[in-house]
Design a protein around this ligand. Structure first.
Ligand code: AMP
Length: 505
């Protein structure tokens, strides 16, 4: 099934419902959303885009992003959404790797991209774009579950990004998991795009289209905590995907202005580790509005989920333990822990997390070597290390390459970071291994001090000694003004390790 079919169906029975909003201003109801997407699809086809061809979107978050996405699908083509925060040269590399034949752009991104590529660029929102949307609608091009819908380039915390092949079947599976495992969607709800539409937030558009909910794009085009609180209050019942760092910023902003986020229905958080202290504070302040998901581009948004009740119910005897987990397997996947020899480990034992099921990718785009080492006997090897408990709750330890091996013992940086974050002097921390002739690796903590505080190694050491095994505690604390992060806010541990290696040589 072509995912664009859901838009047609919603438009037919809920055509006059608000569909696309820029802030508070409605720019399209469902009838006009579907008509414009079908017109743009016709223009794409007329311009030679054939089913299976790749079309890029290098754009900041704008309501017409969804018009482009649905037009591409309607024409049977494959969307290649590129993170708007990437350098134009990186974007050009992705578009060329995908062998895209054209690309939608927003203003300044288009200017920058034009300098580094010859690809035909279509500017979203200008006159020719509007004319293209007004063309005679194209009939929907049928697609099967195995046909490509989206090429998703992994955020590339190491090496060049790889294109994950997301099929229409995977999109449907991820979409169905949302109401089953995350949050039911009603027409009166609104998806609010606070995170990049080129990533998970954009994938979640499909289920909101299916249910006839509104799509609100903040005019800032990015993450602005007070704008999110304002828009949520004015619309009501908003849902959004936020990275953990965004949850932290939202809580800080809401507390500073004494706002409880009453217009927010659900905040789905994930994409990186959420520290216990941060989520507890967020739930204490906002109430039961949070659901956690764990996923990766290779199984987008759909590996596990921790429900609203599980996040918020402090009366449950195992609440604290479960809050530290990423929840249970979502409905359409199996999750297991690899023993490294083709078998599975029993509950309680730690190893690489593997996943199988409908939302899992068939492989990377034109990269058989990476596919062969990542999808093994139908199982996706996630590169994340964790353990399952007897009830099926999954707790992540770390990415496999982040594990520190000191004196032959595995140390999971996340555990050390969790402890350090409970110290009042610590605002942010990242723990990595430093090569050591004696131990193989030493544990080193990069620490960003809290406002008005300083990093006192002796105090932090005492704090760790009080709370964890001696061998896990850092051998060194390095004060830094901030941590290097990628465009999605993930800490670049590779850079920190690199820095240690350079200093050591
Ligand atoms: P990406 O493919 O860029 O979305 O990155 C996926 C990776 O982010 C996963 O393999 C995990 O390492 C990490 N990740 C995703 N969700 C979570 C979560 N809820 N908690 C901790 N780490 C997560």
């Amino acid at each position: 099934m072509n995912m664009a079919l859901w838009l047609d169906r919603t438009a037919r029975i809920m055509g006059d419902r608000p569909a696309l909003l820029l802030g508070r201003r409605q720019v399209a109801d469902y009838e006009s959303f579907a008509r414009r997407a079908a017109g743009l699809a016709a223009t794409l086809a007329r311009d030679g885009i054939a089913p299976g061809d790749r079309v890029g979107i290098f754009a900041k978050n704008v309501p017409d992003y969804l018009i482009c996405l649905y037009a591409i699908w309607r024409a049977g083509a494959v969307a290649v959404p590129v993170n708007a925060k990437l350098h134009p040269k990186e974007a050009a590399w992705i578009l060329s790797n995908a062998e895209a034949t054209s690309c939608f752009v927003t203003d300044s991104l288009g200017d920058d991209l034009a300098e580094v590529t010859d690809l035909p660029l279509t500017r979203i929102g200008d006159d020719p774009f509007e004319t293209a949307c007004a063309a005679q609608p194209l009939d929907l091009v049928p697609r099967g579950a195995g046909d490509l819908a989206w090429l998703f380039y992994t955020s590339g915390t190491t090496g060049k990004p790889k294109g994950v092949r997301i099929t229409h079947g995977m999109m449907a599976a991820t979409s169905l998991c949302y109401p089953l495992d995350v949050d039911p969607v009603r027409p009166e709800d609104a998806a609010l795009y606070a995170a990049p539409m080129s990533h998970g937030a954009g994938l979640y558009a499909a289920i909101h289209v299916r249910m006839g909910a509104a799509h609100i794009v903040p005019p800032s085009g990015g993450f602005d905590a007070s704008e999110i609180l304002d828009l949520s209050d004015s619309h009501g019942a908003t849902s959004m995907f936020l990275a953990p760092t965004m949850v932290r910023r939202l809580t800080d902003a809401a507390k500073a202005t004494d706002r409880r986020g009453t217009g927010i229905k659900t905040i789905v958080y994930g994409g990186g580790p959420m520290y216990r202290a941060d989520i507890e504070e967020a739930v204490d302040w906002f109430g039961p509005r949070f659901v956690q998901i764990y996923g990766q581009g290779e199984c987008p948004m759909a590996i596990s989920a921790l429900s609203r009740e599980e996040v918020a119910d402090r009366t449950h005897p195992r609440w604290a333990e479960r809050l530290a987990s990423v929840g249970r397997a979502q409905s359409l996947v199996e999750v297991a822990i690899s023993d490294g020899r083709g078998g599975h480990l029993p509950p309680g034992e730690t190893g690489e997390i593997m996943v199988r099921g409908a939302p899992v990718m068939p492989g990377y785009w034109r990269n058989e070597e990476a596919t062969a080492s990542t999808v093994v006997d139908g199982w996706l090897m996630t590169g994340d290390v964790g353990r399952l408990d007897a009830d099926g709750y999954l707790t992540l330890a770390d990415r496999s390459r982040d594990v520190i091996i000191s004196g032959g013992t595995n140390i999971y940086p996340r555990e050390v970071e969790e402890v350090l974050l409970t110290h009042p002097d610590v605002h942010e921390v990242s723990v990595v291994g430093r090569p050591s002739p004696e131990w193989g690796e030493d544990v080193v903590a990069f620490v960003v001090a809290a406002v008005g505080r300083t990093v006192d190694a002796a105090a932090l050491d005492a704090h760790c000694l009080d709370r964890m095994a001696r061998f896990k505690r850092p051998k060194a604390y390095i004060a830094v003004p901030d941590l290097p992060k990628n465009n999605y806010g993930k800490v670049l541990k590779t850079e920190l390790r690199e820095r240690l290696r350079e200093e050591g040589s």
